[in-house]
Design a protein around this ligand. Structure first.
Ligand SMILES: Cc1cc2nc3c(=O)[nH]c(=O)nc-3n(C[C@H](O)[C@H](O)[C@H](O)COP(=O)(O)OP(=O)(O)OC[C@H]3O[C@@H](n4cnc5c(N)ncnc54)[C@H](O)[C@@H]3O)c2cc1C
Length: 388
């Protein structure tokens, strides 16, 4: 049994990344404490796809069985043209663990339940950190100050930990907004296990079931940053845009309650070559925010959780551990961020000739897509607790 000299880990942010990291650290014998600005640990009312590269981590964390009970498996990723012609049908269940689609709040609750409440301090907004000897002091808005051996910023796209480390730089709006909806309407024609995505001009519509009889759908659409809803309202606007798209798209929008349709502008950042400084580091969207076009943002945060924990186990010097964590994560996360941006650009194509060429290329290159997805989903890291 290894004596851990680095013990208390301050995590800023209790999203999927912060919570998964707290769980990994706890299982490895550390004392993680998550400081979260909201007063309840919650996620937005939408689905999230978790590919094998993330579900294998959930297995290591002992939550995969629970996740499987509350989610639906994904076996295929099927793309269509706006007219409903199949472009590609990628089989994605090649691995020892399944890919799944789950409600974000269900995933969050499952991770949270594995930890006792003493690991969470809610309603605390992180303000700044200060190195104190070989420790780090974190300050919160209402005067709370906490000292720890390591501080991990898992505080998302607009991370304050990141701003203090590297200066305040705005994330980059990539010209696309997203809509996400949930409905209990499951069309008879829906093939269980399929993510179906229809690609039009500057727009895409996708859907997949996420367990407990719920259908999650999403739209990516070219738009100006911060564009407000049309006067007719969000739902009717979408109904008008997608009225002549193939069934069941209009029906899914019609069956969704207007209040459950979320709109989120899509941002990323240019990958940076370094995100740790001494015993302070970043994780998840705080470190490598990405467009959701490959559905890998949360999956990468979950991978980070295990890698950072493994590195802290292997090195008694936290600075050395965080340097190793960063070096193990840089190449992979950079590749996914850049590939997601490229897919985002392709999804924004509007000219009908160019769209036709894109669709033809997708059909011709489906083997290449299959290989690329398979390689990304094949990533594995394991928490070798037995070594310590
Ligand atoms: C439309 C859309 C679809 C997506 N689909 C997928 C998908 O299918 N699969 C996938 O893997 N990923 C997907 N993603 C990406 C995924 O949502 C994110 O990558 C993931 O949620 C990042 O988790 P995180 O914990 O790093 O950050 P966040 O989820 O942003 O969590 C950060 C947490 O920090 C807290 N916080 C922030 N500032 C402070 C502060 N100062 N003090 C204290 N707490 C603070 C916040 O309240 C929040 O709880 C999608 C994203 C979008 C926008």
């Amino acid at each position: 049994m290894k004596i851990l000299t680095t013990k208390k880990i301050i995590l800023v942010g209790g999203g999927i990344g912060g919570t998964a990291t707290a769980l990994a650290l706890y299982r490895a014998g550390f004392e993680p404490i998550v400081y979260e600005r909201t007063t309840t640990l919650r996620e937005v009312g939408a689905g999230v796809a978790l590919w094998a590269n993330a579900t294998h981590v959930l297995k290591e964390l002992g939550v995969l069985d629970d996740v499987l009970r509350e989610s639906d498996p994904i076996t295929n990723y099927q793309f269509f043209s706006q007219m409903g012609k199949e472009l590609m049908n990628l089989c994605i269940n090649h691995f020892e663990v399944p890919a799944v689609a789950i409600h974000r709040a269900d995933l969050q609750a499952l991770l949270w339940r594995k930890l006792s409440s003493e690991h969470f301090v809610l309603g605390q907004t992180f303000e700044r950190f200060e190195p104190v000897g070989n420790k780090v002091l974190a300050y919160f808005t209402d005067g709370l100050a906490e000292i720890g051996d390591v501080l991990i910023g898992a505080d998302g796209l607009r991370s304050k930990v990141r701003s203090q480390l590297f200066g305040q730089v705005k994330p980059i709006y990539r010209g696309m907004t997203s809509y996400r909806g949930l409905t209990n309407y499951i069309p008879n024609t829906y093939k269980r296990g399929y993510i179906c995505e229809f690609l039009g001009s500057g727009k895409a519509f996708g859907f997949v079931t996420i367990g407990k009889g719920r259908m999650y759908w999403y739209v990516a659409s070219k738009a100006a940053e911060g564009q407000s809803d049309a006067p007719v309202g969000r739902k009717q606007e979408l109904q008008e845009i997608f009225q002549d798209w193939p069934t069941p798209i209009p029906e899914l929008i019609a069956a969704t309650d207007e209040t459950s349709i979320l709109k989120t502008d899509l941002y990323d950042r240019v990958p940076i070559p370094k995100w740790s400084f001494s015993n302070i580091t970043l994780l998840g969207d705080a470190a490598h925010p990405t467009l959701p076009t490959m559905g890998q943002g949360a999956c990468m945060a979950i991978e980070d959780a295990l890698v950072v924990t493994q590195c802290l186990l292997e090195h008694s010097d936290p600075a050395e551990a965080l340097r190793q964590y960063e070096s193990l994560r840089l190449v992979r996360t950079k590749k996914i961020v850049e590939q997601s941006l490229l897919i985002g650009k392709v999804a924004q194509l509007e000219n009908s000739f160019v769209v036709a060429v894109r669709n033809t290329l997708m059909k011709l290159l489906s083997q290449q897509f299959d290989n690329d997805y398979r390689a990304i989903h094949a990533y594995r890291v394991s928490l070798k607790l037995d070594k310590y």
